[in-house]
Design a protein around this ligand. Structure first.
Ligand code: ADP
Ligand code: MG
Length: 263
């Protein structure tokens, strides 16, 4: 299949979108990010173990999508592919109608830093840094020392605003070890947003939290989604968490199995 036909399934005579995409029917023009016929396998010793076996999923601008699947179903793998942290064996990732998975490594790095924010189950905060420094770290990494120094006041203001936004304004100088699990995840969310991404990719963001704290994190994600139109793709094994998104799809047997709109 040519690239054009992948982009515009309707343009192929005799092949409607239903045949090309049995599950997703969203027109490409409404799509912000899409995974198209994605395959990914890992080597286990000498055996190739297929994890994703033809994943099609499209995500709208400003949508809060959850992807539910059992442990080991490939959720993290798919999220990494969507966010250009890894490359598919087969298939394409598109952003705003442009293929992005085959761009030169440098362009992919830039795009990843500019477009995507990531939140993980275990926060991945740097233990030696204060909360404020952790939240600033993506800006320090993105800009060289001089560039950072020149804009440091603006960046610190922005980081403080993000920290206020996630409800941690009273914890600026605390180290991660002095924060609760919920506070660490809030800090990780502030850090993921400081570079003003358009799409937040959240990998089991409540997986390490008790039910109430997890719910507070979901409430925060919902607010960010509603207030600033941040697109969120969240993967989870927990139906109670998944159900709170606008739409849920299931990843099983290496494919997206179906979708449901939230009531
Ligand atoms: P999930 O996030 O749904 O629990 P993952 O995407 O982490 O699933 O993993 C899916 C499968 O791929 C698992 O069987 C896992 O062991 C395997 N896997 C994931 N990452 C790697 C890797 N880097 N090397 C080898 N196998 C991997
Ligand atoms: Mg995972």
């Amino acid at each position: 299949m040519t690239r054009q036909s992948v982009l515009e399934p309707n343009s192929l005579p005799g092949m409607g979108p239903d045949e090309t995409f049995p599950i997703e029917t969203l027109p490409m023009s409404d799509t912000q990010i899409a995974a198209i016929a994605i395959e990914k396998a890992y080597a286990k010793g000498r055996i190739e173990v297929p994890v994703l076996r033809g994943v099609d999923v499209r995500i709208r601008h400003g949508e809060f999508l959850s992807i539910i699947g059992q442990s080991g179903s490939g959720k993290s793998t798919l999220l990494h592919l969507l966010g250009l942290l890894d490359a598919p064996d087969v298939g394409e990732i598109h952003l705003d109608g442009q293929r992005i998975d085959d761009l030169p490594a440098r362009t992919r790095d830039e795009l990843r830093n500019r477009v995507f924010g990531f939140v993980f189950q275990f926060y991945h905060l740097l233990p030696e840094l204060s909360l404020l420094e952790n939240v600033l770290s993506p800006l320090m990494i993105r800009h060289n020392l001089w560039g950072y120094w020149k804009h440091r006041h603006e960046y610190v203001d922005r980081a403080r605003r993000m920290i206020e936004r996630v409800g941690l304004g009273h914890r600026l100088t605390h180290r991660p070890s002095e924060l609760s699990g919920g506070e660490m995840q809030r800090a990780a969310i502030a850090r993921s947003l400081v570079a003003e991404p358009r799409i937040l990719l959240a990998d089991e963001p409540t997986g390490n939290l008790d039910a109430q704290t997890g719910q507070e994190i979901i409430d925060l994600l919902r607010q960010l989604n509603a207030e600033v139109g941040l697109t969120i793709v969240m993967v989870t094994h927990d139906p109670k968490i998944a159900d709170q998104a606008d739409r849920t799809v299931r990843l099983a047997e290496g494919r997206i199995q179906g979708l449901s709109e939230a009531a």
